[in-house]
Design a protein around this ligand. Structure first.
Ligand SMILES: C[S@@+](CC[C@H](N)C(=O)[O-])C[C@H]1O[C@@H](n2cnc3c(N)ncnc32)[C@H](O)[C@@H]1O
Length: 367
């Protein structure tokens, strides 16, 4: 028998469950949190509450699966230092760009000059990927921007603008931007806009818009981050690294069979020539959810947690946000030598039609 609404909501931690009205999208995506799309991030307000409950300002938090850097950004805002590890090079680039401190004058000048140069299209031979996924004019504009990026001190910021624009300018339908399987070359019926839409032909409009938007977002974040706090980004497999010393862990680990973290930014790897280490992702969707894949996943998370534990004092908090629908975590924590202290449930608010519905996740507090 399906659980009643009341039973579904009975054990919720209300402070961790927000409705769309309590927490509108502009708040969840404030300043640098919307520098670039990333599928699978947690919301900054959740991190904010968890940092306030389990950490103190001045401490140093580790996120061993840091993704787009939500923990790092929020830690800087809440007055903590933070270190984030991720195996995906693009995620590390994004985290670096979000969390660096900038000279505001140089940043403004770099981005405004690059903005004025959008549309310069030096002769370049597009790769097979670029020819397949972008209309000819969009490809010329993106490759032109890629060439000019190297002229600037804040080249990494412009690289993130480039990939964000590339994502919007791909030959995809508007409703399948995350993992499009084949290019969309013809007009199509768009479920999102309820009308006929056409694949994009040009990229210049996105390059211009995102250059200015990025500038605004970086300046907005500079205003609210705590002084003297810093974030460190480490690119690598967290199971293998020597990590340093921290006061606790706050993370949302990958979950088996859900998301391929390199593949969601494939265009970034193709355009920027980034190092692709997808074979090191723990729980990659491509590996499936066979018994062998689940065993490999649990082994991987156990090694990662054991490694993180070595970097923490005794009794330090491990705060883990996960929708553990297969109930893998009690055993994972035990094997990693951690004691589960609390298990909080929160209701996840999903706005968009295709992913709407009742969705809950757990916050596990272990030591
Ligand atoms: C659920 S996401 C984290 C999202 C993050 N909380 C945020 O808000 O953006 C999990 C991350 O773990 C990373 N990851 C997977 N295997 C890894 C490994 N072996 N070492 C380090 N990071 C890994 C993935 O690349 C992905 O970015």
């Amino acid at each position: 028998m399906a659980p009643t609404q009341d039973a579904l909501y009975a054990d919720l931690d209300l402070e961790l469950s927000w409705s769309e009205r309590d927490l509108p999208e502009r708040e969840r995506t404030r300043h640098v949190h919307r520098l670039h799309p990333y599928l699978g991030k947690f919301i900054p307000q959740l991190v904010e509450v968890l940092l306030a409950r389990y950490f103190c300002p001045g401490q140093h938090v580790l996120d061993p699966f840091a993704g787009s850097g939500t923990t790092l950004v929020q830690a800087l805002e809440s007055g903590l230092d933070a270190t984030g590890v991720d195996v995906a090079a693009f995620n590390c680039l994004l985290m670096e760009v979000k969390t660096r401190t900038y000279n505001p004058f140089v940043l403004e000048q770099d981005l405004r000059t690059a903005h004025a140069r959008v549309g310069e299209t030096p002769q370049q031979r597009p790769s097979a990927y670029v020819r397949r996924w972008f209309a000819p004019q969009a490809a010329r504009e993106l490759l032109g921007f890629r060439t000019l990026v190297d002229d600037y001190e804040h080249a990494d910021v412009l690289r993130v603008v480039l990939t964000r624009a590339a994502r919007s300018a791909r030959r995809t339908t508007h409703f399948d931007l995350d993992f499009p399987s084949k290019p969309q070359r013809e007009p199509y019926w768009c479920y999102k806009h309820r009308r006929e839409c056409r694949p994009v032909e040009t990229a210049a409009q996105f390059l211009r818009r995102y250059t200015l938007d990025t500038l605004t977002r970086l300046k907005d974040f500079a205003r609210v981050r705590a002084r003297g706090r810093c974030a460190t980004v480490i690119h690598g497999d967290v199971r293998e690294l020597e990590l340093g010393r921290f006061d606790g862990v706050l993370t949302s680990p990958p979950y088996p069979g859900l998301i391929d973290y390199h593949e969601q930014h494939r265009y970034a790897y193709e355009l920027l020539g980034l190092d692709d280490r997808r074979e090191l992702e723990v729980g990659a969707a491509a590996a499936g959810v066979s018994r062998a894949a689940l065993t490999a996943y649990c082994d991987g998370i156990v090694v990662a947690l054991l490694n993180a534990r070595e970097s923490l004092p005794k009794n330090a908090p491990f705060v883990i946000v996960v929708n553990d629908r297969r109930d893998l975590y009690p055993e994972i924590l035990e094997r990693a030598g951690l004691q589960l202290e609390e298990r909080l449930r929160r209701h996840v608010n999903r706005r968009t039609g295709r992913r709407a519905g009742e969705f809950f996740e757990d916050v596990l507090i272990a030591r």
